[in-house]
Design a protein around this ligand. Structure first.
Ligand SMILES: Nc1ncnc2c1ncn2[C@@H]1O[C@H](COP(=O)(O)OP(=O)(O)OP(=O)(O)O)[C@@H](O)[C@H]1O
Ligand SMILES: Cc1cn([C@H]2C[C@H](O)[C@@H](COP(=O)(O)O)O2)c(=O)[nH]c1=O
Length: 203
């Protein structure tokens, strides 16, 4: 039996990574064997591409080709085998990020992204995606408190408004899969929203 594929999405600083571990604990307590991974990244090759992606200047098409190259390696070597073994896969970002950042943020043609997604994923989609939705100014303030900005995090609030709108469009196109979390809530409040969704599904 195939395992569950759960992804975490949102603009930088929305709070995704803060909650991946608590979801892992929740599911482990209910008997799931799971792996935690991230994009871009998750394999030695994809982590190398992540380093280039986060720190080298490039245009939107190059960004898209890099993240989909990294994703191909990640899906083939890690995600698909884990799911085939019945494991739950928790992934910090996946293809919705490409539609939001390269599509919404950079203005890339969504049809091109859809074609890349089809080639790379061969129909494999997450079973559940938590979209951490928050005002870009709130996310920027959280990032500023937490760490130095990487290449994308240095972009202005208009960019993150477009990325947020990109996520909104994705959520509207896949309402059963993508669950909006009010990430402007406190950490405890966000954790409660996530737990409620997992329990609603009996997971
Ligand atoms: N609900 C919240 N309220 C206040 N601060 C929060 C909340 N959630 C997370 N934070 C803080 O905001 C910062 C960013 O959180 P986190 O790293 O989880 O975001 P992220 O969405 O994973 O970011 P990125 O995708 O850029 O890595 C951290 O310092 C974290 O402690
Ligand atoms: C998968 C993916 C990611 N990105 C961007 C989004 C973030 O700015 C970085 C990843 O950093 P994080 O701290 O791990 O969140 O990469 C993107 O633009 N497109 C993608 O497909």
């Amino acid at each position: 039996m195939s395992g569950r594929f759960i992804t975490f999405e949102g603009i930088d600083g929305a709070g995704k990574s803060t909650h991946v571990e608590s979801v892992a604990q929740h599911l482990r307590q209910r008997g799931a064997e799971l792996i935690q991974t991230r994009e871009p990244g998750g394999t030695p090759l994809a982590e190398s591409l992540r380093g280039l992606f986060l720190h080298q200047d490039m245009d939107g098409l190059t960004e898209a080709l890099l993240v989909f190259a990294a994703r191909r390696d990640h899906v083939q070597r890690v995600i698909a085998p884990a799911l085939a073994q019945g494991r739950t896969v928790l992934c910090d970002r996946f293809t919705d990020a490409s539609f939001a950042y390269q599509g919404g943020g950079r203005g890339m043609d969504l049809q091109v992204l859809a074609t890349l997604a089809q080639w790379v994923q061969q129909g494999r989609e997450p079973d559940l995606t938590f979209w951490f939705d928050v005002e870009p100014a709130v996310a920027a303030a959280r990032r500023a408190q937490a760490r130095d900005a990487d290449r994308l995090e240095q972009l202005d609030l208009d960019f993150f408004e477009r990325v947020r709108a990109g996520y909104q469009r994705r959520a509207e196109s896949a309402p059963g899969r993508i669950v909006r979390i009010d990430a402007g809530d406190t950490i405890e409040g966000v954790a409660a929203q996530i737990r409620a969704e997992l329990e609603r599904r009996g997971w």
